[in-house]
Design a protein around this ligand. Structure first.
Ligand code: GDP
Ligand code: GDP
Length: 433
C-alpha cells in the first residue's frame, strides 16, 4: 500500500488535515520522545484507492531553536518512507524561513511533492496564497483543512501520482510475517530457522521494499517467511528505529496471512507490542505470540502459566491465541513456533460445510437462544460460512436487529469451541431471513 507523508512546520494544520483524511478510522500513535510530537499513522482512501498517511508529527511548542536539526530528520523520514509528500504551509503567516528550509530539502528528493497552502477559508485568502508560488512547487493547492475546501483537487492529483497497487506474488504461498519491537529477537529467530539451509527453497525479493521473503519448506508445508528486521539495521537515524519497525510491521501485516509476533519476555508484553497485536487483529490476520528470551526468566514450576495469564489479560477480548515460550539462544521451541503458525494458517483457511455448521450449532442455540425482545421471539434459522479470506459467519434470523453484541460474542465463542479457530479473528454477522 502506498504511503503519503504530511510534512511542514508546526501549526500549519497538518494534524487537522490528517484527521480529515482518516475520518473515523483509527490512527496508530507512535510516541516520540524529546522535541517532536507523536507521529500518527492511519489509512485513507479516495475514489476507491487506498493509501496510508503519516502525519510526521510536529515540534513541541517553543522549541524553534532545535528546529534546524529536527526538520532534517523529519523530512528525511518522509522522503525515505513515503511514495508522495504533502508539504503543508499556511496563508495567515505567509512564507516563513522554516517553510523555505523544508522546501529546500524537499526539492532535493525525487518523490512527488504536493504543496498545500492551508487555512484558505475565503476568497481574500486565496489571493494571498499566491506568494507561496515562490517556494517553487508545480503541484500547488489552496485548501482549508477545517472546512474541507480544495482537498478534492489535491487528492485527485495525489492518487494519480501513487504507484499502482503492488502485484501479488505469483506463487500464492502462505505468508508468515515475523514482526515485533526492535531487539525482540526477530533476526536471531529467522537466522536460526534459515540456518537449517536444507529447508530453504529460494530467496526472493520482498513484495514490499522493506521486507525480505524467504521461501521455506518444513513439515511438508511450503510458505514465505517475511522478515521485517533485516533491512532497518542499516538505518542511520537511530531514534527512529521504533518508528521504522512499526511501519515495517504495518506493511508486512497487510501483506501476510499469519503474524508471528515476537516479543522480549524480559521486557514484557508492553504497549508497543500490543499495538502490533491489535493491528494484526484489526486486519483479520492469524496471530501467534512468541515470548522470546525465555532463558532469561527465572522460573519455578508455575511461571509459564502465570506469564500466559498475564499475556492473555493484555489480549482481551481476543484471547484465543497460541502463545509459545521460546529461546532462540537455546534453540528451544523455534520449530514449535513455526508448527503453530502453520496450524493458525490452517485455522484461518478452514471452511466448514453449512450442514455441519447447522447440525452442530442450531441445537446449542436452541438451548440458549437470543434473549426475547419486548415479548418477541428472536429466532436463528440457519448459519453459513461466507467465502472470505478469514472466517466470517452469517447467522440468519427473523429479527436480526435485536441480536446484540453479548449474544454475538456468545456465538463466536461457540464457533471457537466446536471448530477450533485458535489464533484467528472470527467475524459474526446477523442477517435477515
Ligand atoms: P499542526 O501543528 O501542523 O499539526 O497543526 P494543527 O492541525 O494542530 O492546527 C494548528 C491550528 O490551526 C489549530 O488551531 C487549527 O484549528 C488551525 N487550523 C487548521 N486548519 C485550519 C484551516 O483550514 N483554517 C483555519 N482558519 N484554521 C485552521
Ligand atoms: P531484532 O531487532 O528483533 O531482530 O532482534 P535481534 O535478533 O537482533 O536480537 C536482539 C538481541 O537479543 C541480540 O543481542 C540477540 O543475541 C538477543 N537474543 C535473541 N534471542 C534471544 C534469546 O532467546 N535469549 C537471549 N538471552 N537473548 C536473545
Amino acid at each position: 500500500m502506498s504511503i503519503v507523508a504530511i510534512v511542514g512546520r508546526p501549526n500549519v494544520g497538518k494534524s487537522t488535515f490528517f484527521n480529515r483524511l482518516i475520518q473515523r478510522r483509527e490512527a496508530i500513535v507512535d510516541a516520540v520522545s524529546g522535541v517532536t510530537r507523536d507521529r500518527h499513522y492511519g489509512k485513507s482512501d479516495w475514489n476507491g484507492k487506498e493509501f496510508s498517511v503519516i502525519d510526521t508529527g510536529g515540534y513541541v511548542k517553543g522549541s524553534d531553536d532545535v528546529f534546524e536539526a529536527e526538520i532534517d530528520k523529519q523530512v528525511e523520514l518522509a522522503i525515505d518512507e513515503a511514495d508522495a509528500i504533502i508539504f503543508m504551509v499556511e496563508v495567515e503567516a505567509g512564507v516563513t524561513g522554516m517553510d523555505e528550509e523544508v522546501a529546500r530539502l524537499l526539492r532535493k528528493s525525487k518523490k512527488p511533492v504536493f504543496l498545500a497552502v492551508n487555512k484558505v477559508d475565503n476568497g481574500q485568502r486565496a489571493q494571498d496564497a499566491v506568494e507561496f508560488y515562490s517556494l517553487g512547487f508545480e503541484n500547488f493547492y489552496t485548501i482549508s483543512s477545517i472546512n474541507g475546501s480544495g482537498s478534492g483537487e489535491l487528492l485527485d492529483d495525489l492518487i494519480k501520482a501513487l504507484p499502482e497497487q503492488e502485484q501479488k506474488t505469483e506463487d500464492a504461498l502462505p505468508r508468515f510475517a515475523v514482526v515485533g519491537r526492535p531487539n525482540a529477537g526477530k533476526s536471531s529467530f529467522i537466522n536460526a530457522l534459515i540456518g537449517e539451509e536444507r529447508y530453504i527453497v529460494t530467496d526472493i525479493a520482498g513484495t514490499t521494499r522493506d521486507s525480505i521473503d524467504t521461501k521455506y519448506n518444513r513439515f511438508g508445508f511450503e510458505f514465505n517467511l517475511v522478515d521485517t528486521a533485516g533491512i532497518r539495521k542499516k538505518r542511520k537515524v537511530k531514534e527512529d528505529l521504533e518508528f521504522y519497525s512499526v511501519m515495517r510491521s504495518v506493511r508486512a501485516i497487510e501483506h501476510s496471512d499469519v503474524i508471528i509476533l515476537v516479543f522480549d519476555a524480559e521486557r514484557g508484553f508492553d504497549g508497543q507490542v500490543q499495538k502490533i497485536f491489535w493491528l494484526a487483529h484489526r486486519n483479520n490476520k492469524g496471530v501467534v505470540i512468541l515470548a522470546n528470551k525465555w532463558d532469561l526468566i527465572e522460573k519455578d514450576t508455575k511461571s509459564a502459566k502465570e506469564f500466559e495469564t498475564y499475556i492473555r489479560r493484555q489480549c482481551e477480548p481476543f484471547t484465543d491465541v497460541p502463545i509459545v515460550f521460546m529461546s532462540v539462544l537455546n534453540k528451544q521451541r523455534i520449530f514449535k513456533a513455526i508448527e503453530t503458525a502453520v496450524e493458525v494458517y490452517e485455522n484461518r483457511s478452514k471452511r466448514i460445510k453449512t450442514s455441519e455448521l447447522n447440525d452442530t450449532l442450531l441445537p446449542i442455540i436452541d438451548r440458549t437462544p437470543p434473549p426475547q425482545h419486548k415479548g418477541k421471539y428472536v429466532k436463528i434459522k440457519y448459519i453459513t460460512q461466507l467465502p472470505t479470506p478469514h472466517p466470517c459467519f452469517a447467522f440468519f434470523a427473523n429479527l436480526p436487529q435485536y441480536i446484540k453484541d453479548p449474544y454475538k460474542r456468545y456465538l463466536e465463542n461457540q464457533l471457537r469451541k466446536e471448530f477450533d479457530f485458535n489464533g484467528v479473528p472470527v467475524t459474526v454477522y446477523i442477517r435477515k431471513k
